[in-house]
Design a protein around this ligand. Structure first.
Ligand SMILES: C[S@@+](CC[C@H](N)C(=O)[O-])C[C@H]1O[C@@H](n2cnc3c(N)ncnc32)[C@H](O)[C@@H]1O
Length: 220
């Protein structure tokens, strides 16, 4: 599915979110408290936008990992076009079996990816394993906004408008899967409990844009 939507992915991200996705990424990067020289692993990096957002903020090294070859090939082109080959590399791999040693990274991010992995607990175990002790985790994910009025508006947009618009430019089924996968994702408190049982500490979350998106942050 992700290979199939890779070509139109960036355009649709900005178009369907009215450009707010850039702001959501900036907030998620802020939650990582990056310091010069840190090595950030961006899991499910897609076309690389989270890594670019992090590199705008601090002088760090970024490794992006994704299992979609087409997403990675677009990320790679963007890295070369921005002359960032010495700062940003991408590797193909699975979030549930990360090809890295224990205690490798100072920071780990995943944006709009955790909802898609096969077993969330397995991926979280892997994030914990590859982070250094004290390492920072930031997870950006869609959420169901609280409140009757905005909740209804959001569901109408997500369930009806978004798949229709996406169908004009890309795959309608991929964008029908999107609201379904958000509905099946654990709610805020359940997800934080999962982070706790993985071993993370100092766990918190921050709702953005009326709770359409949430940042979960934690420390190893
Ligand atoms: C909605 S996109 C998000 C891409 C990017 N992080 C962003 O914010 O634009 C989800 C990405 O997760 C990747 N993905 C899903 N499951 C994965 C897994 N188990 N391992 C690695 N990548 C995965 C997909 O290939 C896709 O690129």
């Amino acid at each position: 599915m992700f290979d199939g939507i890779a070509n139109r992915y960036d355009f649709l991200n900005h178009f369907l979110s009215f450009g707010i996705d850039n702001y959501w990424r900036v907030q998620s990067v802020k939650a990582l408290n990056l310091e010069k020289g840190d090595h950030l692993l961006d899991v499910a990096c897609g076309t690389g936008d989270q890594g670019f957002s992090a590199l705008k903020r601090t002088d760090i090294q970024v490794t992006g990992l994704d299992f979609s070859a087409n997403m990675l090939s677009i990320a790679d082109k963007k890295i070369k076009a921005r002359n960032l080959t010495d700062k940003f590399r991408v590797v193909q791999g699975d979030a549930e079996a990360l090809p890295f040693d224990d205690d490798t990274f100072e920071a780990l991010s995943i944006s709009y990816g955790i909802r898609n992995v096969g077993t969330i607990a397995t991926a979280l175990d892997e994030f914990f394993r590859v982070l250094k002790p004290g390492g920072r985790l930031s997870i950006l994910e869609f959420a169901e906004p609280p409140g009757w009025f905005f909740g209804r508006l959001y569901r109408f947009y997500f369930d009806h408008v978004l798949p229709l618009m996406a169908g004009l430019f890309s795959s309608k089924s991929a964008y029908t899967y999107l609201p379904e996968s958000v509905r099946h994702f654990p709610d805020r408190e359940d997800f934080k409990a999962l982070l706790k049982s993985t071993g993370f500490r100092r766990i918190g979350h921050k709702d953005l844009t009326f709770g359409v998106t949430t940042i979960y942050h934690a420390l190893k």
